[in-house]
Design a protein around this ligand. Structure first.
Ligand code: PRP
Ligand code: ZN
Length: 290
């Protein structure tokens, strides 16, 4: 026990790079991990344990890692008593039913699952889905490479995670319908860590993560506008706080700056122009402290 906060990340997979990128945006200096199992940040008392994603909930529950970043799908499947501290806004994927792309094998709707054999690494979630929808199917639990089950004749269908869809395509499988949506979450064994020093570190890290996530979903909008259209422009801007208005050399014009939700920009741009705005700039924000 060295007092470092320990975070578990997926060793190799969809969440690895994005989790590391987020920690680096939090100001942590982390060397390239390559094949190492444990890496310590150079400028923050944080140890990163690289684990199989399916094992992360258990390691967090047992306290081997204090916190972990893992797919919600894995957390729910494992049913351990761990808590989600933060949704991470990346690693979005769905758990879907997929079928072999050969004539006569199509699965169009839930009732088509009746009397089928379905291979999955998510038996708990699938069983619950089948029960809730009063469907009768046989579940074959596989810990990996679920996508090859139909071609091996092990199962009729699969129920697996899809993100880009590449894995399905490469295995000549077609998506039928989804049963669950997921994204990466930050989990811990309880909402506060027992060790006071570690809990302080966790709160510091959470503060930084939340600042990065807030910044990601916001943009800094700048424009020039005639003074007399300021009211109209202020009404258009869905500002988090009231916009900053600055004088310009031309007395009839002002500069207007505001933080806006990133996804609103294209909805308001035409209205801003009609109201007389010019020289509109949209800039990324690196951090947003609350
Ligand atoms: C899931 C799933 C596929 C892949 C699908 O694996 O089992 O292998 O992601 O992604 P794609 O649609 O972008 O091709 P996961 O990341 O959960 O890793 P694991 O199977 O190693 O646990
Ligand atoms: Zn996995």
């Amino acid at each position: 026990m060295n007092g470092n906060l320990k975070i578990a990340l997926q060793k190799k997979g969809r969440l690895t790079d994005k989790s590391l990128e987020l920690l680096r945006l939090c100001g942590l200096d982390i060397e390239n991990y390559s094949e190492r199992l444990v890496v310590t940040a150079r400028n923050f008392p944080l140890e990163i344990l690289f684990l199989r994603d399916d094992d992360i909930p258990e390691y967090v529950k047992d306290g081997v890692a204090d916190i972990g970043i893992v797919g919600e799908n894995v957390v729910i499947e494992k049913q351990f008593p761990i808590v989600t501290l933060q949704k991470m806004g990346f690693g979005r994927c769905s758990l879907v039913i997929a079928y072999p792309d050969i004539p006569g094998k199509a699965v169009a709707s839930p009732v088509d699952l009746n009397n089928k054999t379905i291979a999955t690494s998510y038996p708990v979630i699938l069983k619950k889905y089948l029960e809730e929808n009063k469907l009768e199917a046989k579940i074959i639990e596989l810990s990996g490479s679920v996508e090859i089950a139909p071609s091996l004749g092990v199962a009729d269908l699969i129920c697996d995670i899809v993100s880009t869809g590449n894995t399905l395509m490469m295995n000549k499988l077609k998506k039928s319908f989804k049963i669950f949506d997921s994204e990466a979450v930050l989990v811990s064994a309880s909402s506060a860590l027992k060790d006071k020093k570690k809990n302080d570190l966790l709160n510091e890290l959470l503060k930084r993560i939340r600042s990065v996530l807030r910044a990601r979903s916001s943009k800094y909008l700048m424009m020039n506008a005639p003074k007399n259209s300021l009211d109209a422009i202020t009404k258009i801007i869905p500002a988090l706080k009231s916009p900053t208005v600055l004088p310009l050399a031309d007395e009839n014009l002002v500069a207007v700056h505001a933080v806006i939700p990133a996804d609103q920009f294209w909805n308001i741009i035409d209205d801003l122009k009609s109201a007389g705005a010019s020289g509109i700039l949209l800039l990324p924000i690196e951090n947003m402290i609350e």
